[in-house]
Design a protein. Sequence first.
Length: 223
Amino acid sequence: VPNKRLNGKTIVITAGPTREKIDPVRFLTNHSTGKMGYAIATEAKKMGAKVCLISGPVALTPPAGIETIHVESAEDMYHAVLDRFESADVVIKTAAVADYRPKTSYDSKVKKQEGGQMLELERTKDILLELGQRKTHQVLVGFAAETNDVEEYARKKLAKKNADMIVANNVTQAGAGFGFDTNIVTIFKRDGKVTELPLMTKNEVATQLLTEISHELEKDEQK
Ligand code: PMT
C-alpha cells in the first residue's frame, strides 16, 4: 500500500553481516542472515520509496526491482553508505557490522603451527556514528542487538549516535533477532516515545517501523 510520506523518498537500508578477512580462507563474521533488512527494503518499495539496499554476504535473493549493492567488509559498507548519504531522505542501519577486524589480513593462507595463536584486532569505522555527525535533513534509524539491559543501551545509542530512532531487539528472546522470520522489537525515538511491539513477522515489523518513520518525515515537513 503506497504511503503518502514515503512515496518517492530515497531510503538507504543496510542488511546482513560483514566479513572481516583474516586470510584468503578465513574471516570474522556474525549470525545475521539479512532477513530483517531485506524485509524492510521489500516493504519500503511497496510503500512507494526509492530503495537502495546495501547488503553484506547473505544467502537471500535481492528483492526484485530494488537497487542492491553487495559489500563484504565494514570498510566496504562504510564507503557504500557514505556515498549515498547526502541524497538519502532516510537511512536504516539494520546490518550487523563488525566492530573489530584483524589488524593484519594476510594474502596467503596462514599455516597452522604447534600451540596457540594470537589474533590482534582493531576497531572498524562506526558508520552510524559518522552518519549522525554528518546528518542534515535525513531521518537516521539504527538497530541495537542486545542480550541484556536493552533499554539502557538503546537510549545510550540514540544519544551517542545522534539517531532519530533505535530499533532494539533482545536477541536472547525466542523468535527474536538473528535468523528468525519473526522479531520482537522496541522502537525508541528521539522525542522519548517508546513503542513496544509484540512478536510478529519481520515484514510486519518493517511495516510498523516504516509507518513510524513516515510520521517523523511528516514532522520534518511541518518545521
Ligand atoms: O539479519 P537477521 O538474521 O534478520 O537479523 C537481524 C538483526 C538481529 C541483525 C537486526 O535486527 C539487528 O539487530 N541489527 C543490528 C545488529 C548490530 O550490529 O547491532 P549493534 O548494537 O552492534 O550496532 C548498533 C547499530 O550501529 C546498528 O544499526 C549497526 O548497523 C550500527 N553499526 C555498528 C557497528 C559499526 N561499525 N557501524 C555501524 O554503523
